[in-house]
Design a protein around this ligand. Structure first.
Ligand SMILES: Nc1nc2c(c(=O)[nH]1)N[C@H]1C(S)=C(S)[C@@H](COP(=O)(O)OP(=O)(O)OC[C@H]3O[C@@H](n4cnc5c(=O)[nH]c(N)nc54)[C@H](O)[C@@H]3O)O[C@H]1N2
Ligand SMILES: Nc1nc2c(c(=O)[nH]1)N[C@H]1C(S)=C(S)[C@@H](COP(=O)(O)OP(=O)(O)OC[C@H]3O[C@@H](n4cnc5c(=O)[nH]c(N)nc54)[C@H](O)[C@@H]3O)O[C@H]1N2
Ligand SMILES: [Mo]
Length: 760
């Protein structure tokens, strides 16, 4: 139940997008009381000379489009530009314990943070403090540590390149590689899984490829909600008659039928475009079986004398196809069908679509990465592409759809807990200090270190760490043990309320806001999901005169912590070109001429070697890598087990809840729901709207349970259930993660129903 309102559930029958999206855009601007200011800002969002949408990482395609924003970008902007403010009076009025009782939604709706605040244990309130005091406190705590490895430096993916780069230099000069970041919970399986296969941990397609593709697969990604601007490309592809295969356990509305909210004709005629030509209703974790099924069909047809593989490409560019052939051929159809939950004919149809196409794009999201073997699963997507030479030609390639607007960029410029020695050598040459060589903590490691008491300080550059990580209850306990927690943020969130002995909230200038320094107006840069680097210039007045830029905060933390620093921090506070010059020095291959190139209004594209058929792997080839078996997660013997995927609603941005509605899935004023197949319900004696409790199946002796979930009869595959992140994070064990990337398996938590109360 949502803040006192009665939940409603009804099937959504209209196409996604269209008037519903237009109405939602208007509504959120009204709610945040920023109709004039917000509309003005939306006009320059994603436009050359304007700022980059703070929501997702999908590239903008301003050419030919009047606007380039979507409903969910408008929500992100409206919530950032909101007229509401969290002031010192607000904190005086509410103790931290009191605020802890409020929902995430309520906290978000209080508005923008306005001045630095320090936790006062005696009164249990946040009280105002000066910026100088705040930096002194951070410097004191950090310098007092027995080892720099006792500090954890988190980054969330909204941080711009310039800030992330300086942060990575500060932390390395301080002496650790402890860089837990949101990517560790997100596309890290892409960053770690792909390099051994194709030599780069990024996507290889660019927007133009969508115009040349002959088939597009969207696997485990909810485009209409999480990257709505991608719908433009999917709609255009469908209009060209290109097959689109959507692989998902949830029949996501926009992947079935979509009306472009910016297509006036479609809107006026209530028209829409069917999206998927093939909806593949896969069991959670069934993707490995599906991908192997397609490969098996291809090898079977080859064995029968047909040519379906790109033999020239395989011979010239790859190693290991034989092992892939053996592995695929050894899989039994009955088992493939069982593991995927799909009919063999449908897999054969998808194989036909794939083999017939001369240029295929495979897109994927969290439905692939957030499994225990997520990194290996990503490699299977690469295998499938390699079999038909789908690299280095227009319309083809791998397309991870990244999350946060600059999560990929942050990684590129040094937010990496496992940095290469070549990179560390460059840092030493450019800055003249010896960076630490020992690998640092990813997100899960950092929570473990807090639990073990070996971590003492947590600094969060953006984000809402404690709400985003698994095992909520343990994460809260872990944070509470720390000596200092620092939240560098635009908005109040749970991460500021679950705090260490000392705690600071440091409010920042947001993406949409102007940055003025002693050197005049500055801009930042971001790298989108397709490796385009573009400038972002805020246009709005900062929410309060007492905010600092993220860049200045990083520089001043460094100055307060490292009095003998070799880095000219004071200079970088004011001069972002000077920061970009250093980025270019540390990454000459990617960023040479950064300051000149970024002056091009369209930005520039970072080199992605596989586009040139260059493989930066140890053997100089693209490698087929076998992943044994048919399951992306360890099997669980308990017959009562259900696989739970924790997903986003249409009205949230990660831990930020915009409303309790999820229009396309027909849920209103409720987030405590469980989407379940009617036969799974019947097996458990459940009726729709029953209230149930869910418990995690695990063998670590820790009980994890959530009460009060309403069961919704929903077209889920047998044995697969879904509910909302972050409410269900208490069910996700900290230890349940992909060993290669460290990414928690948030899409496949083994759970069972343990208690029921009939709904009255
Ligand atoms: N509006 C909005 N935009 C966002 C975000 C947001 O919260 N709100 N978050 C941003 C971030 S950080 C990220 S990472 C992205 C996330 O964007 P997505 O990758 O779309 O993330 P999710 O909504 O978590 O889930 C994706 C889909 O995976 C499906 N799925 C679950 N399990 C499986 C499985 O085993 N196999 C397959 N094939 N599919 C499965 C789910 O049904 C769901 O449709 O979006 C970014 N953009
Ligand atoms: N169970 C489960 N857990 C998940 C996931 C899942 O699918 N299921 N998804 C995972 C994924 S993909 C991700 S990326 C993580 C997300 O984890 P995070 O990135 O840590 O979380 P967000 O909710 O995006 O962070 C929101 C906060 O960022 C701050 N913020 C917003 N804009 C700015 C800015 O411009 N500057 C600064 N400094 N702060 C800002 C605001 O204070 C806001 O409250 O969660 C992960 N956790
Ligand atoms: Mo993400």
């Amino acid at each position: 139940m949502a803040d006192g309102k009665t939940p409603r559930y009804k099937t959504y029958k209209a196409p996604a997008g269209g008037w519903g999206a237009a109405a939602a855009t208007a509504k959120v601007l009204l709610e945040q009381s920023v109709v004039g200011k917000g509309s003005k800002a939306l006009l320059v969002m994603n436009k050359p000379g304007g700022f980059k949408c703070p929501s997702c990482a999908y590239p903008d395609q301003s050419c030919g489009k009047k606007f380039d924003f979507c409903e969910n970008g408008a929500k992100a902007l409206a919530h950032e530009a909101t007229k509401f403010r969290v002031t010192r009076e607000f904190f005086a009025q509410h103790s931290v314990s009191e605020l802890m009782q409020q929902s995430d939604y309520w906290l978000e709706m209080q508005g923008r943070l306005t001045e630095p605040m320090r936790y006062d244990a005696a009164s249990d309130h946040y009280v105002p403090c000066s910026w100088d005091e705040a930096f002194a406190m951070i410097g004191d705590h950090l310098r007092r540590l027995d080892s720099p490895h006792e500090a954890e430096f988190y980054t969330s993916g909204r941080t711009a390149n310039e800030t992330a780069f300086l942060y990575s230099i500060f932390v390395r000069e301080f002496g650790t590689n402890n860089f837990p970041d949101c990517s560790n919970m997100c596309h890290e399986p892409t960053s770690r899984g792909l390099p051994p296969a194709i030599g780069v941990g990024k996507g290889t397609v660019i927007i133009d490829d969508f115009d040349h593709a002959e088939a597009i697969f969207v696997i485990g990604q909810n485009s209409g909600t999480n990257s709505p601007r991608m719908m433009t490309n999917l709609v255009d592809a469908r209009k060209r008659g290109i097959p689109i295969v959507a692989v998902n356990p949830m029949p996501e509305r926009a992947l079935i039928r979509f009306a472009e909210p910016q297509d006036i004709v479609q809107m006026a005629t209530f028209g829409s475009t069917p999206i998927s030509s093939e909806f593949v209703h896969i069991r959670i974790g069934g993707d490995l079986a599906f991908l192997k099924g397609i490969m098996k069909v291809m090898f079977e047809r080859e064995a029968a004398g047909e040519t379906v593989l790109d033999h020239d490409f395989i011979r010239e560019h790859t190693v290991g196809v034989e092992a892939i052939r053996e592995d695929a051929m050894a899989q039994d159809w009955a088992k493939i069908v069982e593991a995927s939950g799909l009919a063999e004919e449908q897999i054969r149809r998808c194989a036909e679509i794939y083999t017939r196409s001369n240029a295929t794009i495979l897109c994927y999201g969290m439905g692939i990465t957030q499994h225990q073997m997520g990194s290996q699963l990503v490699r299977q997507i690469a295998n499938l592409l390699l079999l038909k030479g789908n690299f280095g030609k227009p319309g083809a390639g791998i397309s991870p759809i990244r999350g946060h607007s600059n999560v990929q960029g942050d990684r590129t410029v040094g937010i990496d807990e496992k940095p290469s020695s070549a990179y560390l050598d460059r840092v030493r040459e450019v800055f003249g200090f010896e960076p630490p060589r020992k690998h640092g903590h990813h997100t899960v490691d950092s929570v473990e270190a807090m639990l073990a008491g070996t971590a003492k300080v947590f600094i969060g550059l953006g984000g809402n760490f404690v709400r985003a990580v698994p095992d909520t209850d343990r994460a809260y306990a872990a944070m509470a043990k720390l000596d200092l927690t620092v939240g560098i943020a635009t908005k109040l969130n749970r991460g500021h309320l679950v705090h260490g002995k000392d705690a600071l909230i440091l409010p920042v200038v947001a993406r949409s806001e102007r940055i003025e320094t002693a050197k005049g107006e500055q801009f930042v840069t971001i790298e989108d999901s397709m490796s385009n680097v573009t400038a972002s210039r805020g246009v709005l007045e900062p929410a309060s005169p007492d905010l600092l830029t993220e860049t200045e905060i990083v520089c001043r933390m460094a100055m307060a912590t490292l009095p003998q620093s070799k880095v000219d921090w004071a200079r970088y506070i004011d001069d972002y070109d000077a920061i970009r010059d250093k980025v270019a020095e540390v990454y000459p291959e990617l960023y040479a001429g950064f300051n000149e190139k970024i002056r091009n209004p369209e930005g520039f594209h970072l080199d992605v070697a596989p586009r040139r058929l260059v493989w930066k792997t140890p053997n100089g080839k693209a490698n087929f890598i076998v992943m044994p078996g048919l399951h992306a997660n360890a099997e669980v013997a308990d017959p009562a087990m259900l696989r739970l995927a924790t997903v986003r609603s249409h009205d949230q941005f990660n831990t930020t809840i915009y409303s309790y509605n999820d229009r396309y899935r027909g849920v209103y004023d409720d987030r405590m729901v469980l989407f379940m197949n009617s036969r799974d319900m019947a097996d458990r004696g459940l009726e729709e709207y029953d209230r149930i409790s869910l418990e995690t199946i695990s063998d670590d002796g820790i009980a994890r349970r959530i009460d009060g979930l309403t069961v919704l009869d929903y077209p889920m595959p047998r044995g697969s259930v879904a509910g909302y992140y972050p409410e269900l994070n208490p069910l996700l064990p900290l230890d349940y993660y992909d060993r290669i990337s460290g990414t928690p398996a948030a899409k496949s938590v083994p759970v069972k129903v343990v208690a029921t109360a009939t709904n009255t």
